[in-house]
Design a protein around this ligand. Sequence first.
Ligand SMILES: Cc1cc2nc3c(=O)[nH]c(=O)nc-3n(C[C@H](O)[C@H](O)[C@H](O)COP(=O)(O)OP(=O)(O)OC[C@H]3O[C@@H](n4cnc5c(N)ncnc54)[C@H](O)[C@@H]3O)c2cc1C
Length: 337
Amino acid sequence: MKKTDTIIIGAGPVGLFAVHQLGIKGLKSIVIDNLDKAGGQCIELYPDKPIYDIPAVPECTGEELTNKLLEQIKPFKTEFFLNERVEEVKQDKENWIIKTNNNNAFSAPNIIIAGGVGSFEPRKLSVKEAEKFEEDFLFYAVKDKEKFKNKNISIFGGGDSALDWALELSKFSKINLIHRRDEFRGAPHTLSEIKKLEKEGKISIKTPCQLESIEGKDRINSITIKFDDGKTEQIKTDMILSFFGLIMKLGPIAEWGLNMNKKTIEVNSKNFETNKKGIFAVGDICSYPGKLKLILSGFHEVALASVECFKRARPNEKYRFEFTTSSKTIQGRLGKK
Ligand SMILES: Cc1cc2nc3c(=O)[nH]c(=O)nc-3n(C[C@H](O)[C@H](O)[C@H](O)COP(=O)(O)OP(=O)(O)OC[C@H]3O[C@@H](n4cnc5c(N)ncnc54)[C@H](O)[C@@H]3O)c2cc1C
């Protein structure tokens, strides 16, 4: 079991800045996120959109903000556990123990929940056979491109992920791109590349249709799709990739005995602690009178929560407020001379 001073749940902008606020106070943290990358909503929902209300940054995209936050916390060499969802919390005297769906366990006196609107999870295919093929033949993300070499792949979806992967995987596999509408939402230039490959026989586009069934016992042999006019077609398929977007699930955090207000966690606005000592909630997931779901509000919340985290992690030390401009200790922690 890994021990640390604070376990941060969520690698969105607020979770990332929590690493900084804890780090400059000399506290260690680890970060867990269900997604395969840091950035939360900024990277998952609007990486290219400009944000105009980050103090002293007149304009930056969601991706640029994430990269800057990651750069700012580099000196702390924080360990990230991505693709892991936090499932369970248990108390062990003064410490909290967290378990993830990958069976990793962490122990710390503090937990900062920066879970935003919940963990982002793929919207799954609804046909009943889908689940048994998951992980081996049916995927909602591509983690290892090698697995998809020299295969018959059926890709579902009409957005950028479906189009980008159809293009990429067509370099070494036969692709069926299947969408329930005739129009695709993905980038027009990707679509025109795909149309070129369709003419060359490398990609086959099937619209407007939906998945009807998956055939196969221990592996997928074929799929059957149903067109809007009622006709069906069986397609030889080894692997399925489905990109129907993400849904947000608050998941098990809602069952941890924390005081909830609709889908948010109630905190006090002095140090953003919940009704459980040592468990804090910050960013979009917390609620208190006057709460604004803005990134800058989350930054303020972690600054205050980290002070209380310090007091719990270092009960025998006195907390001293210091400016980064004048504290040699903080500058040392940031690797500055
Ligand atoms: C289109 C759009 C535009 C926006 N524009 C602005 C803007 O201009 N200015 C502004 O200030 N705000 C803006 N916002 C809001 C802003 O993005 C949010 O306030 C901010 O992302 C909240 O950050 P967070 O770190 O609290 O949560 P999030 O960004 O939601 O990150 C939470 C992370 O926690 C992870 N997580 C949750 N539960 C678990 C679990 N159990 N286990 C593991 N991981 C978990 C999630 O996967 C996610 O990565 C915008 C939002 C949207 C959707």
